[in-house]
Write a new protein. Sequence first.
Length: 76
Amino acid sequence: MKIAFIVAISLAFLAVTSCIEFEKSTESHDIQKRGVTITVKPPFPGCVFYECIANCRSRGYKNGGYCTINGCQCLR
């Protein structure tokens, strides 16, 4: 009987302390949304596959070209 009473008291104590900690932790996790959107221009020129092929063929490269991270590369 004594052990059951001690267990009941300890469980009640743990329940109360966990509720108090839960209320404190939810207040600090409120995240506010920023109203400003930041857009950055990519450092390298964009490349569209069909435009690259067409530009290279119009310059005289009969095999066209391909897109890389640095832009369009024409094939001989």
